[in-house]
Design a protein around this ligand. Structure first.
Ligand SMILES: Nc1ncnc2c1ncn2[C@@H]1O[C@H](COP(=O)(O)OP(=O)(O)OP(=O)(O)O)[C@@H](O)[C@H]1O
Length: 356
């Protein structure tokens, strides 16, 4: 397993790139822990695959270096990087049996046959294909073939990292859940460094220790699922993680208060602002209280989502989502209060620290 250093990496698909907007991947400078499980999460086109391909060696970055355990691998081709990869669609040898497909990466490296047998059987159990071990891959469903691809990615124990590019796309929803939990367990047991690309937040949050949220070619936050929820660093993280996402509204700050429209909201401290142009207040729907006290809101509609309700409302000229318990009553003249600890101030979309 390896620690992965992304040293001032940038990538543009056009050779004459100059402005920041020309780069599909803007500057990425991070160290990823040996044995960490990282999910690259973000919307289509934000640069996830570009970054994954730079790690695997399919793309040579326009700028910067990549190191595995301190060794510069920037100029090494994929085959020399000692990584396993699992792609969106199955890559299997149709004429081989399921067992031989799984054994292939090990036999290729001359692993003794008794160890091959032990490891392949472990993987067969994990992907639930033990009864089909001797079947030819040809006759299997897309779903089963993708399980073989996953198994092949996991079978070697000497790789620097395992890279997954949306590996569960073709897997049916129930099996998706099973495989996701198994991958997580396998990660804990094996200590593989894993990098997992997805645009599905549930997939990222269940699989990863650290979720790398990407937006417009940048990493906007790397954090545990709890950190992303409690302290989003960027309004995009607030909006993208959580359902519904964080409420964001234009604000003016004055000492320890924020002014939103004609209302004043108490802050947990004094935001450290330094001349940024766009100031916004962000609060998750879970940190709002609806009742008879507080500031006026106009309720548009109420959605029942099982154990909770989402109230869609208008507050000081802004749309506001509020999560309330299923059995909570909505008064005739509803008011809202903001839990101060849940209020964040964002300047030019980035969270600002607060004093006091
Ligand atoms: N081979 C290419 N040539 C030119 N531009 C490309 C190429 N591959 C990707 N891009 C552009 O680079 C940006 C990042 O794309 P990338 O595929 O890395 O995003 P992604 O987050 O993986 O998206 P998706 O989830 O749709 O795969 C996009 O604007 C895309 O159009």
């Amino acid at each position: 397993m390896a620690r992965i250093n992304l040293d001032h990496i940038r990538h543009a698909y056009t050779p004459a790139a100059r402005a920041s907007g020309d780069y599909a991947l803007k500057e990425v400078h991070h160290e990823w822990k040996d044995g960490g499980a990282y999910a690259l999460l973000g919307p289509s086109g934000c640069g996830k695959t570009t970054l994954l391909n730079i790690i695997s060696g399919l793309i040579h970055p326009s700028d910067g270096r990549i190191e595995f355990d301190g060794v510069d691998v920037t100029n090494l081709p994929t085959q020399a990087r000692n990584i396993a990869q699992v792609f969106q669609f199955p890559v299997v040898y149709d004429t081989m049996s399921v067992y031989d497909n799984l054994a292939f990466p090990l036999r290729n490296r001359h692993v003794p046959e008794d160890q091959v047998n032990k490891r392949v059987n472990e993987i067969l159990d994990m992907i639930d294909l033990q009864p089909m071990a001797r079947n030819q891959a040809q006759g299997l469903t897309a779903d089963q073939k993708q399980k073989i691809s996953l198994g092949r990615g996991l079978v070697r124990s000497d790789v620097n990292a395992i890279l997954f590019d949306e590996p569960l796309t073709v897997i049916d929803p129930h099996m998706k859940w099973v495989l996701r939990s198994q991958l997580k367990r396998l990660h804990r047991r094996s200590g593989f460094t894993m990098v997992y690309v997805t645009h599905d937040q549930t997939e990222a949050l269940t699989f990863a220790d650290k979720v790398v949220v990407m937006y417009d070619g940048q990493i906007v936050q790397i954090g545990t699922p709890a950190e992303l929820f409690e302290r989003p660093s960027h309004t995009f993280v607030g909006y993208f993680i959580g359902s519904p996402g964080m409420n964001v509204m234009p604000a003016k700050v004055s000492g320890t208060t924020a002014i939103v429209g004609d209302q004043t909201v108490k802050l947990p401290g004094t935001p450290k602002l330094s001349g940024q142009s766009k100031i916004e207040l962000g609060i998750r729907p879970e940190f709002l209280r609806l009742g008879r006290e507080g500031m006026p809101v106009a309720v548009d509609k109420v959605e029942d989502i099982g154990r909770q309700k989402i109230v869609r409302a208008q507050f000081a000229g802004n749309p506001l989502s509020i999560v309330i318990p299923e059995d909570a009553e909505i008064p005739a003249d509803p008011k809202v209060t903001f839990v101060p600890e849940g209020v964040g101030i964002f300047a030019d979309s980035w969270r600002v620290g607060m004093e006091g």
